[in-house]
Design a protein around this ligand. Structure first.
Ligand SMILES: Cc1cc2nc3c(=O)[nH]c(=O)nc-3n(C[C@H](O)[C@H](O)[C@H](O)COP(=O)(O)OP(=O)(O)OC[C@H]3O[C@@H](n4cnc5c(N)ncnc54)[C@H](O)[C@@H]3O)c2cc1C
Length: 218
């Protein structure tokens, strides 16, 4: 992590390594750092448990398990990242360590005074345990290389092509899409149509006759 006019703080991979890096940099806060990482570990654990219980069917079993076996979750449930920072490192104090420790907040995209500590704990833990990676050239390189492969095989990549609807054949299978490029409508047909915009968005692009009141409620 870079600070304007200051040295860099490096986040090493491995939970013990990262704790040590913080303790070396802030020797006056050794006890607080241990407490903070206790909360990071516990919140990451209960967050994962909540996710697992949430997906158990029948739903009432998951809800019951969550209430009985995941009580610790409720300690973190209503706490923001900032609240936990203040709780552990003191309100209005030690702003530098708070800034460094929550510097990854961009990954969940919500400011620390609004984001749940559960999210911070889970995210921080996942980096602390195994470290993080990114491709040389940044994430953009993934799209660049994929496009090269698509063009090499005779394909085409359209950008700013808003898909307005999915074309469905008589047998009920998707056979293409209608998209709008530069204000012009364009129908593209294919043997396979793959959607990566999520279930709800995909559903909304299907012709009205395939809409179902029961599915809409999901
Ligand atoms: C806050 C956050 C942090 C993340 N951090 C990481 C990380 O650190 N590492 C990691 O591996 N993953 C991370 N992910 C997950 C990763 O971003 C996604 O898994 C990945 O982007 C999914 O790629 P995709 O191509 O399937 O979908 P998307 O990237 O969502 O692409 C779908 C595209 O379709 C477009 N679209 C939608 N509707 C239409 C339409 N009607 N017509 C035309 N285009 C349309 C959208 O604008 C979008 O560009 C993160 C996700 C979030 C939200």
């Amino acid at each position: 992590m870079h600070f304007e006019g200051k040295e860099i703080f490096k986040f090493p991979a491995g939970l013990e390594n990262i704790k040590k890096a913080f303790k070396d940099r802030f020797p006056e806060l050794i006890a607080e750092i241990d407490i903070y990482y206790h909360h990071v570990e516990r919140s990451a654990f209960v967050f994962t448990q909540k996710f697992i219980f949430h997906n158990i069917t029948p739903r009432w079993v998951g809800a019951l398990l969550q209430k009985i076996a995941n009580r610790e979750y409720y300690f973190y449930e209503d706490k923001t990242v900032q609240m936990m920072n203040d709780l552990v490192f003191g309100e209005g104090k030690n702003e530098e360590i708070k800034g460094i420790i929550t510097g990854q907040f961009g990954d969940y995209g919500v400011m620390p005074n609004k984001a749940s500590f559960l999210l911070q704990g889970a995210l921080h833990m996942h980096y602390a345990k195994n470290g993080g990676w990114y491709p040389k050239g940044g994430s953009e390189i993934l799209a660049t290389r994929m496009c090269e492969c698509i063009y090499k095989n005779g394909g085409k990549v359209l950008v700013k092509a808003d898909v307005k609807n999915i074309i469905v054949g008589e047998d009920g299978n998707a056979i293409g899409v209608t998209c709008s490029t530069d204000g012009k409508s364009n129908s593209i047909y294919a043997t396979e149509v793959i959607s990566t915009i999520g279930v709800v968005n995909t559903y909304n692009l299907l012709p009205e006759k395939y809409h179902d009141a029961r599915l809409k409620r999901i």
